[in-house]
Design a protein around this ligand. Structure first.
Ligand code: ZN
Length: 1020
């Protein structure tokens, strides 16, 4: 070796030893400080409650002692993860505040806001004293890295800021209420990070600001703890499932990160964006023993920066590598979770230029220690699970806490060692988000000023603003160049009618394809006032991901999508959104918009008020706001006040201008006042009395409906299937019964839970103060029962309207409430949460008011409906696009007529008009001879909306065998005696995303006693 190179080698050694990362890279990265005092009592308990030595690691097999800082025992009475110990939200928070009080230099508690039920959410920041003292200065630097426009995209300045800054690693737990281990894990983790003087912990404190939200779903946590306490008090009994977690939804609180309808989601977005967080690490429990799904499986979300996917690999594999060295079984990184949907809470990090991470640890839904036996597929060794979980093991909450903390401590240590790298990546991702228009594009999305649905447009823009997306508005008309859309999108998934293009193999491209492929363009002008969502902004990715279309190939190796495959916002909000690649759009004259509003000042001075029906979800709420006024609804379009009004528009009398104005402002609706009412056919609409039915099986899906009823302040009585079973005269109390999907199937809705063993109470008691508030029962087990079915039928026969969707539609169809409508589950269709095209069939039906032509619906996968004019009939044409030639075997060509031999030619009957898949077959003269099973024309099902044609059914997501549902009815109004059952094949109210289809539900409610309006009856 030459002298120069020896010198370089020496220098390298010196440099390596001088950095903390270098020290930690040595033999025992996690060595304790020899002078570290240990809390012997606590440590003894850790070992006692851990069921096997290999369920422990050197990172958590002791608890450091502190003379001044209390351990979690101060609140819990025992150690974290002790059997039988599950703290309430308030206790967890109380401990975090004790920590802050005892160690103000290292701990700071933030309030994130409140839940729907008013429980506070917090985050605890932990860092070394010098870091915490300058938290604000640090955040100001992070803000510059988060928005590189502020430093003119100057990389040198970014490097300088990176060197001065400390990144934020944000850990959050207890989003899913029955996953109970995170709060105590995080209490103890917070304590360790505050007091432990091991070199690696000191490095974490100095190089990372760890932020912790110990309980995300605060309402659900308290209900879960109630149930656990009930279980401890009644150890021999089966315990009730936690039917409500948050006020509205159950596990879907982890699918809310797109629309951010829930308070907890909004609080987390505000915190992540406000604190400029680099990592959002969410804690869950399901599979043994620790699945770090940061690496997960494909397909990855198509809008994230590849720098992020690289970070997922680095963090995930390193984490498992460290756990492997501790000999902890069942820790793995690869798994079945795909990262396609941006709806997961952790994705708030991914979509705001940070990093998303998630652990699934193993838990017992409570703090009992129990023997857990696994399935062979869970304990088998696989390529990514070389030290798999054990076939059976005693499992304790302490084991869970050990795994969680060990994973997090190693992750934090790795992150601390690479703090500058991750900070630089944060800057690069932010910068690349701003450079989007000039690289992958698009340049912007434009929402035209002349959209027919200004209220829906404003609502969608407000969702984007909630995501911290900047919105601009054109101050003058502008034009851009757009590609001319091909008539039919490429790559349709349907089996039946593949186009030649889609069927072509990749290899057999024509030699002249290139010259033919020159894309055609057109110039499109947008009016002043159009909204522009520029992609040269730091949070362009979330806007792009939400507004773009999704395509999931049926040939994708991932056969089990983890969640919805399509969500395109413009389609589901029924709002025009134009993707513009032409960078010229960025030069249009525009100004940034603070709050998105629509004009609502009343135009005119007459005594009659007009409000257009554009299927805005607020229209129903408007009726309730002006309860005393008289409302007529136009059955035909009309012109007045110098503009056009759609069918279903309101004509309001006996209302004070000030009241109409106030309701319009609140609900973003524009009213016009005229001297006299237009001459148009009308019917009156009252403010209906709504009963809203839920089951005691599951409140997940109904919660999404209920949330929107509450948001719009639409009054209703919240009743369970048990009330429906008891109440013989439903009609005297309600005009409309809304029965959203239960997700558990028709039979179970009727049967309820098994009646064996003990009753399952859901009510407020001193032992369970947090449950029984939303609704209560002495026993959750009884279902709708036969009496409930009878009562529902009576309700409809007496003039009530019952609204059903998905499995409650199956219920109505299965138990004979829908004469002439067959309701079946698809057998081949694969559409796991897909956006599909649909078409209005009967625009004169009040249910379709405000709609026109085509729109998109969310369907997962949807029901196969068929209508018939006879009872027990096989429904309509049904064969749709599949229908082949109809002539029988015989002489001549396919178009010729057959001819029996040896007799003269007989003129055939005139051909019956074709019956489409959404139509009923015509009644034959033969059936009418004795029309026992022929449904009278006014009692026949009326199809309002149908699924699109197979060739254009797919809008976004995954669709296979779409021809099974193509052209089939999607919304059907089924008369039954004096009332109606409104049947949805799909779910029209889903996760706040499907605001474009709420109008069907709300129109049905509003026009409950006028649903036959505009109906054309069959002649026979
Ligand atoms: Zn979970």
């Amino acid at each position: 070796m030459k002298r120069a190179s020896i010198f370089r080698a020496l220098l390298l050694v010196l440099l390596t030893c001088a950095t903390s990362a270098g020290v930690l890279a040595q033999a025992n990265r996690y060595a304790r400080d020899p002078k570290q005092l240990v809390d012997e009592d606590y440590t003894k308990k850790i070992k006692e409650y851990t069921t096997e030595p290999f369920f422990l690691s050197p990172l958590v097999d002791y608890l450091p002692a502190s003379k001044t800082v209390p351990t979690p025992k101060a609140v819990l009475g025992d150690i974290a993860g002790a059997p039988g110990t599950l703290p309430y939200t308030a206790e967890v928070h109380a401990y975090m505040r004790m920590l802050e009080k005892a160690s103000p230099g290292r701990v700071k508690v933030f309030s994130l806001g409140k839940s729907e039920e008013g429980r506070e959410m917090i985050a605890v920041a932990i860092a070394a004293e010098p870091v915490l003292a300058k938290l604000d200065e640090n955040r100001a630097r992070l803000a510059k890295l988060a928005d590189p426009r502020t430093i003119k995209l100057d990389d040198a300045e970014a490097d300088r800021l990176v060197q001065l800054s400390v990144p934020v690693y944000y850990i959050a737990g207890a989003l899913h209420s029955p996953e109970t281990g995170a709060p105590t894990s995080l209490m103890e983790l917070a304590y360790r990070l505050t007091v432990d003087e091991s070199p690696y912990i000191k490095a974490i404190r100095s190089n990372v600001i760890t932020m912790i939200t110990p309980v995300l779903e605060t309402d659900g946590r308290d209900r879960q703890v109630d149930i656990y306490k009930w279980h401890l008090a009644n150890p021999k009994d089966t315990w009730p499932p936690v039917i409500y977690w948050g006020k509205y939804v159950v596990h879907d609180n982890n699918r809310d990160a797109m629309v951010a309808t829930l308070a907890l989601t909004r609080n987390v977005i505000d915190f992540v964006v406000g604190q400029k967080v680099q990592v959002l690490h969410d804690l869950h429990e399901s599979v043994p023993y620790l699945y770090d799904n940061t690496v997960g499986d494909g397909p990855y979300n198509a809008w994230v920066d590849p720098i992020l996917t690289d970070e997922w690999q680095m963090l995930g594999w390193n984490n498992m590598s460290e756990m492997t060295k501790f000999g902890m079984p069942g820790a793995f990184a690869h798994g079945t979770f795909d990262t396609w949907s941006p709806g997961y809470l952790m994705f708030i990090g991914a979509m705001h230029n940070g990093i998303s991470r998630l652990y699934e640890t193993f838990g017992n839904a409570g703090a009992d220690t129990v023997e857990r036996k696994l399935q062979p597929n869970e304990f088998a060794r696989t390529w990514f699970k070389q030290n798999p979980p054990l076939p059976k093991a005693m499992w304790s909450q302490r084991n869970n806490n050990n795994y969680t903390q060990t994973g997090l401590l190693t992750a934090l240590s790795y992150f601390a060692s690479n703090d500058k790298l991750f900070l630089k990546n944060f800057y690069l991702k932010s910068k690349r988000s701003i450079l989007k228009p000039g690289v992958e594009g698009p340049a912007a999305y434009v929402l035209p000023a002349d959209d027919a649905r200004p209220g829906a447009q404003a609502e969608m823009l407000r969702v984007l603003q909630r995501q911290a997306v900047e919105i601009s508005r054109a101050t003058a008309p502008f034009s851009v160049t757009l590609p001319v859309k091909k008539a039919r999108p490429r790559g349709e998934a349907e089996g039946g009618d593949k186009t030649a293009e889609a069927a072509a193999k990749p290899g057999d491209q024509k030699p002249d394809a290139k010259t033919e492929e020159k894309p055609k363009t057109e110039t499109k002008q947008f009016p002043a006032g159009s909204y522009i969502i520029r992609m040269d902004q730091p949070y362009s990715r979330i806007a792009d991901a939400l507004l773009d279309h999704q395509y999931w190939s049926p040939n994708d190796p991932q056969k089990r999508p983890y969640d919805d495959t399509g969500w395109t916002f413009g389609e589901l909000f029924n709002v025009q959104v134009v993707r513009v690649a032409d960078a010229k759009v960025l030069d249009a004259a525009m100004e940034k918009v603070a709050g998105v509003t629509v004009p609502t000042d009343i135009k005119g001075t007459g005594a009659v008020f007009l409000v257009n029906n554009d299927a805005d979800p607020s229209l129903l709420a408007f009726r309730y706001r002006l309860k005393g006024a008289s409302f007529d609804v136009a059955e035909e379009p009309f012109e007045a006040a110098g503009r056009k009004f759609n069918r279903g528009s309101f004509i309001i009398r006996n209302a004070q201008t000030a009241d109409v104005q106030a309701a319009g402002r609140e609900l973003s609706l524009q009213a016009y006042s005229v001297e006299s009412a237009p001459a148009v056919k009308v019917h009156p609409v009252k403010a209906p009395r709504v009963g809203y039915i839920h089951t005691w099986l599951n409140t997940q899906d109904e919660g999404w409906w209920r949330m929107e009823f509450d948001r719009l302040k639409i009054p209703y009585d919240y009743i369970s299937t048990q009330v429906v079973a008891r109440e013989a005269d439903l009609r005297s109390k309600w005009d409309v019964l809304v029965f959203p999907p239960s997700g558990r199937g028709a039979q179970q809705i009727v049967a309820g839970m098994p009646m064996w063993r003990n009753p399952l109470p859901w009510k407020t008691t001193p032992l369970t103060p947090n449950i029984g508030k939303i609704d209560s029962t002495d026993d959750m087990r009884p279902g709708l029962g036969w009496s409930g079915l009878v009562n529902l039928e009576q309700f409809v026969r007496q003039g009530g309207v019952l609204i059903v969707a998905e499995d409650t539609s199956v219920l109505a169809g299965t138990f004979g409430l829908t004469p002439g409508l067959s309701v079946q589950q698809p057998t081949r269709l694969n559409a796991p949460g897909t956006v599909m095209r649909a078409r209005i069939v009967d625009g004169a039906s009040p249910i379709a008011y405000g709609y026109g032509g085509d729109l998109s619906i969310y369907s997962a996968p949807g029901l196969v409906l068929g209508v018939s004019n006879t009872l027990g009939g096989r429904g309509g044409g049904g064969r749709g696009a599949d229908a082949g030639p109809s002539r029988p075997t015989g002489r001549g060509t396919a178009d010729d007529m057959d001819q029996p031999q040896g007799r003269p030619v007989v003129t055939p009957l005139p051909e019956e008009p074709k019956v489409e898949a959404w139509q009923a077959a015509r009644v034959t003269d033969d059936q009418l001879r004795n029309p026992l099973s022929v449904i009278p024309p006014e009692q026949r099902p009326r199809v309002v909306l149908r699924y699109g044609d197979a060739s254009s059914l797919l809008v976004s997501g995954l669709l296979e065998n779409g021809n099974e549902i193509a052209q089939r009815p999607a919304v059907v109004d089924v008369p039954l005696d004096k009332g109606h059952i409104v049947v949805f094949a799909h779910n029209p109210m889903w996760r706040g995303e499907t605001q474009g289809t709420y109008g069907f539900v709300f129109n049905a409610i509003l026009n409950f006693d006028q649903l036959n309006a505009g109906r054309k009856l069959d002649e026979k």
